[in-house]
Ligand binder design. Sequence first.
Ligand code: ZN
Length: 112
Amino acid sequence: MSRRDEIRARIMARVSIDETTGCWVWTGPTSGTEGRGAGYPRMALGGQTVAVHLVMWTNEHGYIPGKKEIDHVCRNRLCVRPHPDHLELVTRKRNAIRREQAKRMKCEEVSP
Ligand SMILES: [Zn+2]
């Protein structure tokens, strides 16, 4: 088994596939419940704690350029599916704009 296959297998062993949304939902540890960086999938890899969705994306598509980030298009932070409907490589700016839009939409949902 190649290292790529090995990493994918390790991740998939802790993923639950959501048939409705198509999300690959991480069932392992996360970055916690508080703060802006909370709720993201975490795993130990080569002695380091890493973000699983980033590992998954890199494993399938290669390294993430410095000014780019991975955005959850499906808005499910626990999703680790390296597919453009779920994880997409965007510029940091684009990601911030999307985050704002998502926040605004949430506010509209809860206001009467
Ligand atoms: Zn997803």
